[in-house]
Design a protein around this ligand. Structure first.
Ligand code: SDX
Length: 391
């Protein structure tokens, strides 16, 4: 791991900030959270433990984790009045539109954790965000289905609680499936944080003005929604459905090479190698499909063949285009029972810990000033006003 820390001096001169949370080496396809490789965390840790690691910098000892888990469980419910907020949306509203609105409104309900100068309030806001996102995301899902909301339970794990709030209905009790629960937890780990991506940079910029943490997270959700960012998992599945069969891949690839469309789930601003999260996601995809008795999902065959063709084609090789975290996530999330419009909501749920950890790191940095990106002006030179009748 020592050699992955070789920074390119040119790169540091353009860095937007310093951070101790996540390290990416795009050329080597390395992703570390507080020094721990993502594939190790995905295999050996749990999402809540990774939340603690991202927030506090170290893996928790047993008593620390018990205390942290208790604080998260304590905040999983949302204010009863908050539930009425959902009623204002159309039932066919995109769940991400609901998430942006609902999370932005949290500061109207929890103003006792919006004073960012108070460390205790900052910590409560952090716990509330991590704890309430599954409850809000599940409500957005239930609302879009016209089904009653399901309350969180304190005796279930983070991922199990979320799956139950999504799929339990009054008419039939939801039975947990440990393989699917483990897969959900691992998918959350894979999406937890990713350095200064577009949505995290949005959260930092919003937070640098002193805006309350709930409003900053809502800004991050809005940025993540874009199809070139978190919205890519929904677009990647739509693309695989459109291709349909392996026989249609050559024509599709021709369209990509003619710049008629993008290969969704491929390419990355930083990774010029295989996204390490994509490898774990592909393995998880196989596990979930097997657990739900759908190992022969035709879309997985299309995805794997598409990857094989792309990775051997000069167009993609010379542009260093590899699968990213979104390439296999859509097939996996669909097998877990989620419709495509929920995929980015799940991404936002998991990324909330990364956003809030980076927000907290920035707020607690005494040298931090308000963000003010500069520009290169390319507009008109100085000139005088001309009256309307003279133009
Ligand atoms: C995420 O930043 C993060 O960390 C984000 C993220 C996170 O965890 O927060 O990792 C999550 O957003 C992953 C990315 C998900 N998006 C997609 O899968 C959408 C498809 N990908 C593309 O939109 C694109 O790859 C981007 C936006 C991700 C990156 O775009 P760039 O920076 O323009 O890519 P590039 O500079 O490496 O492009 C090099 C060339 C260009 O062609 P040329 O003009 O040089 O000939 O490759 C082309 C690009 O046009 N290209 C693609 C392509 N991605 C880049 N061509 C076809 N299909 C693609 N997917």
């Amino acid at each position: 791991a020592a050699d992955v820390f070789t920074y390119d001096p040119g790169f540091t001169s353009t860095a937007s900030c310093e951070s101790k949370i996540t390290f990416i080496d795009g050329d080597k396809g390395v992703l570390l959270h507080r020094g721990y490789p993502i594939d190790e965390l995905a295999e050996k840790s749990s999402f809540l433990e990774v939340c603690y690691l991202l927030l506090h910098g170290e893996l928790p000892k047993a008593p620390e984790f018990a205390e942290f888990e208790k604080n998260i469980v304590y905040h999983t419910m949302v204010h009863e009045q908050f539930d009425r907020f959902f009623q204002g949306f159309r039932r066919d509203a995109h769940p991400m539109a609901i998430m942006v609105g609902a999370v932005g409104a949290l500061s109207a309900f929890y103003h006792d954790s919006t004073n960012i100068d108070d460390p205790a309030q900052r910590m409560i806001a952090t716990h509330r965000m991590i704890a309430k996102m599954p409850t809000i995301a599940a409500r957005a899902f239930k609302y879009s289905r016209g089904q009653p909301f399901v309350y969180p339970r304190n005796d279930l794990s983070y991922a199990e609680n979320f799956l139950r709030m999504c799929f339990s209905v009054p008419a039939e009790d939801w039975t947990p499936n440990p393989v699917l629960t483990r897969a959900m937890d691992r998918i959350f780990i894979l999406h937890a944080d990713h350095e200064q991506n577009a949505s995290t940079s949005t959260v930092r910029l919003a937070g640098s003005s002193g805006a309350n943490p709930f409003a900053c997270i809502a800004a991050g959700i809005a940025s993540l929604w874009g199809p070139k960012h978190g919205g890519a998992n929904e677009e990647a599945l739509n693309m695989l459905k459109e291709i349909g069969t392996v026989e249609n891949i050559p024509d599709f690839v021709k369209g990509v090479k003619n710049r008629e469309r993008l290969l969704m789930g491929f390419g990355h601003r930083v990774y010029k190698n295989y996204d390490p999260r994509a490898k774990v996601m592909q393995k998880t995809c196989h596990e979930v499909l097997e657990a739900v008795g759908h190992s022969n999902d035709p879309l997985l065959k299309v995805a794997m063949e598409l990857e094989k063709i792309a990775l051997s084609d000069e167009f993609f090789i010379e542009r260093k285009l590899y699968p990213n975290v979104d390439f296999y996530s859509g097939i996996t999330l669909r097998a877990l029972g989620f419709p495509p419009e929920m995929f980015t909501v799940l991404f936002a749920l998991a990324r909330t810990v990364g956003w809030i950890a980076q927000w907290k790191e920035m707020i607690e940095d005494p040298s931090q000033k308000i963000g003010r990106p500069r520009q290169i002006y390319t507009g008109a030179p100085l000139r005088s006003y001309v009256a309307l009748d003279k133009r």
